[in-house]
Design a protein around this ligand. Structure first.
Ligand SMILES: NC(=O)C1=CN([C@@H]2O[C@H](COP(=O)(O)OP(=O)(O)OC[C@H]3O[C@@H](n4cnc5c(N)ncnc54)[C@H](O)[C@@H]3O)[C@@H](O)[C@H]2O)C=CC1
Ligand SMILES: CC(C)CC(=O)C(=O)O
Ligand SMILES: [Mg+2]
Length: 348
């Protein structure tokens, strides 16, 4: 059976890293006898330019019908001056797919601990999974724009918190059975609902999981101070967005970090955690590894192709340990050179 994959390259470095994802999917697909069919659609700033809409109907229809969706990145200064925002297209996509569970693994590549700006003894042993709620919270609440006053509503239901907490607890069962829930329960009502709901679920259904709670400001410090202490980190939409960019630096660069956004109704959305990086777009400097690791997550989570996913991950690890990487991790290779080097190392 042919699997249909929608590619949404988007803006800035988005097309450069989407090309990387497609290249490894094609190579691993061929190596493992997987028929994959690709189609590309507009989203974000390029969709505003072409259609006046950051999430055109044709894109939405293709995404909800696909087996999986890969996104490069959206946004850029061109669209910051006013009018529709590219980022609104990405939020609409996540909502349309019901992609509520954003998994952001942060791991050190074996033998490449020196990529981390942290001292080796601090970074060593880092292997965490950030589980970020992705379709609720302040990014999705009612907004009031204004020059004098403005507001963004942050709202969560118990059902939304329980649904994402279950993902985190289930993931912890396949790891070290430890979940750290991050909130701001000393100040925010949504965080008190969050904390109470997480505790109740653990007590009822996951008594085998060790659970602790850390306030988000302290977590920003502890992540850097002792990253190896964390296993599964469960948090809400905005906190997870911020903490995962911070955590990505522990492994060496935001360009290395992948994500999968899982849904109960669709095959999910796969994207590197970085944005459109306008400062390096079009220069062959974009690190394609986060995108390629996201492609591996697509094979694993959307298509159930664990072997093909491992093939891509192994090829990336081999390429990095052979010293082939982009400038953000101290290498001298271009985006294309990294893509070629990874593809050369892919075999069944
Ligand atoms: N998922 C998405 O589509 C996201 C979109 N954005 C949008 O992207 C635009 C730029 O946002 P920024 O705050 O600059 O964040 P960014 O993540 O695009 O870039 C932050 C820094 O990391 C570097 N960087 C990012 N990805 C890299 C890669 N693959 N290889 C090497 N270096 C990389 C950039 O050069 C920049 O110095 C904004 O319009 C923002 O709204 C931001 C985050 C996520
Ligand atoms: C641009 C935002 C909507 C998203 C973001 O920064 C993220 O999901 O990491
Ligand atoms: Mg972000």
């Amino acid at each position: 059976m042919t699997h249909t994959i929608v590619l949404l390259p988007g803006d800035g470095i988005g097309p450069e890293v989407a090309q990387a994802a497609r290249a490894v999917l094609e190579k691993a697909g061929a190596a493992h006898g997987l028929p994959l069919e690709f189609s590309s659609h507009d989203i974000g700033g390029c969709a505003i330019d072409a259609h006046g809409d950051p999430f055109p109907d044709a894109t939405a229809e293709a995404c909800v019908e696909a087996d999986a969706v890969f996104l490069g990145a959206v946004g850029g200064p061109k669209w910051d001056a006013g009018g529709p925002r590219p980022e609104a297209g990405l939020l609409a996509l996540r909502r349309a797919l019901g992609a509520f569970a954003n998994l952001r693994p942060i791991t050190l590549f074996p033998g490449l601990e020196h990529l981390s700006p942290l001292k080796a003894e601090r970074a060593s042993g880092t292997d965490m999974l950030i589980v970020r709620e992705l379709t609720g919270g302040i990014y999705f609440g009612d907004k009031v724009e204004g020059d004098e006053n403005a507001s963004d509503l942050c709202s969560y239901s118990r059902q939304e918190v329980e649904r994402i907490a279950r993902i985190a607890f289930d993931a912890a069962r396949g790891r070290s059975r430890r979940v750290t829930s991050v909130d701001k329960a000393n100040v925010l009502a949504t965080s008190r609902l969050w904390r109470n709901t997480v505790i109740a679920l653990r007590d009822a259904d996951y008594p085998d999981i060790e659970l602790d709670h850390v306030l988000v400001d302290a977590m920003a410090m502890k992540l850097i101070e002792r990253p190896a202490a964390f296993d599964v980190v469960l948090t809400e939409n905005m906190f997870g967005d911020i903490l995962s960019d911070e955590a990505s630096v522990i492994a060496g660069s935001i360009g290395l970090a992948p994500s999968a956004s899982l849904s109960q109704t669709h095959g999910g959305l796969y994207e590197p955690i970085h944005g459109s990086a306008p400062d390096i777009a079009g220069q062959g400097k974009a690190n394609p590894v986060g995108a390629m690791l996201s492609a591996a997550m697509l094979l694993r989570h959307a298509l159930g192709q664990e072997d093909a996913a491992v093939t891509i991950e192994g090829a990336i690890a081999a390429c990095l340990s052979d010293g082939i990487g982009t400038g953000d991790i101290g290498g001298s290779a271009s985006t294309h050179e990294v893509i070629s080097a990874v593809c050369e190392r892919i075999s069944a």
